[in-house]
Design a binder for this molecule. Structure first.
Ligand code: SAM
Length: 284
């Protein structure tokens, strides 16, 4: 099918693109790609390829790169096009712009300049994984990528330990095993989780289990793109020895105050109690 150019109103259009299966593009996204005056993409080659697959001609319209490394330079040019009354479309390499992807600064600049903005929503790996996970979908917290450093990762996980929502993380295959081990230690080895790999692609995989079992399963890095979905947890029950171990681990990374705060969140104990015990352990 050939997509016809049609008049579209001036403004910024965010367009979601497929995660892996080119047919997951929406008809409206194709209309916008066919019609916008200026195209901007995180990865111009993949947008060009997607348009070719769907028979959308670029013609003599500009297709410009806009990503984390050139945003400050490219943004004024896109803003100038918007100020001149053009329609500008922005697409990520895969999925929804701004979701662990560039586009936030462009969107803010356009909104602040009073430019009309709209979105052609579509795939995002976080929601695809959540819906496939089988874990409760009534309330969820998308936490993006965790820090690379294990100490910082554990602290970030501890912040989320008692959030009453399903947790969603993006993760690289290389770090998956370490992330699952830290999650098992911080959130509880028995907490249920699901690893979703290569969503919408040929080797799509959904693997469910406890955090401990998944950490073992993915000790060897798998291939492909990964989302980890973790069930919400009840406050963990712990005896004094477990609390002391957790405090010692946290004291190795954090100040007494922050260690007490982290452990009090994970185990649902009063912060004062955790602080006093951390002080005692710190002295020994
Ligand atoms: N903006 C994208 C979105 O809306 O999902 C996310 C971009 S982020 C830079 C890339 C991460 O998304 C990957 O490292 C992975 O965690 C996740 N992801 C993207 N495509 C995926 C897929 N097909 N299967 C599983 N995870 C995917």
């Amino acid at each position: 099918m050939n997509w016809q150019t049609r008049e579209i109103a001036p403004g910024l259009y965010l367009v979601a693109t497929p995660l892996g299966n080119a047919r997951d593009i929406t008809l409206r996204a194709l209309d916008i790609l066919a019609s916008a005056d200026v195209l901007a993409a995180e990865d111009t080659r993949s947008l060009r390829r997607l348009m070719e697959i769907h028979g959308v001609a670029l013609g003599d319209r500009p297709l410009v790169a806009y990503h984390d490394h050139n945003g400050d330079k490219a943004r004024p040019k896109l803003m100038a096009a918007l100020d001149a009354g053009h329609s500008v479309v922005y697409a990520s390499e895969a999925g929804t712009p701004l979701i662990s992807d560039p586009g936030f600064d462009l969107m803010r600049a356009a909104l602040e300049a009073g430019v009309p903005c709209t979105t052609a929503p579509g795939p995002t790996a976080a929601v695809a994984a959540l819906t496939l996970s089988g874990l409760p979908s009534d309330r969820f917290l998308f936490a993006g990528f965790l820090p690379n450093n294990s100490g910082k990762r554990k602290s970030a996980l501890a912040e989320l330990a008692s959030v009453p929502a399903t947790l969603i993380f993006y993760e690289s295959p290389k770090r998956l095993g370490a992330m699952l081990r830290d999650a098992a230690e911080t959130l509880g080895a028995d907490r249920q989780a699901v690893v979703c790999r290569e969503l919408t692609k040929k080797f799509e995989e959904r693997c469910a289990g406890t955090l401990a079992a998944l950490a073992e399963r993915y000790d060897e890095p798998p291939k492909g793109e990964i989302v980890v979905v973790i069930d919400r947890g009840a406050a963990r029950q712990a005896d004094q020895a477990t609390l002391d171990d957790a405090l010692r681990d946290a004291l190795g990374r954090l100040s007494v105050k922050d260690a007490a705060s982290e452990v009090s969140k994970i185990y649902g104990i009063p912060r004062r109690e955790a602080y006093q015990r951390a002080m005692a352990l710190g002295k020994n």
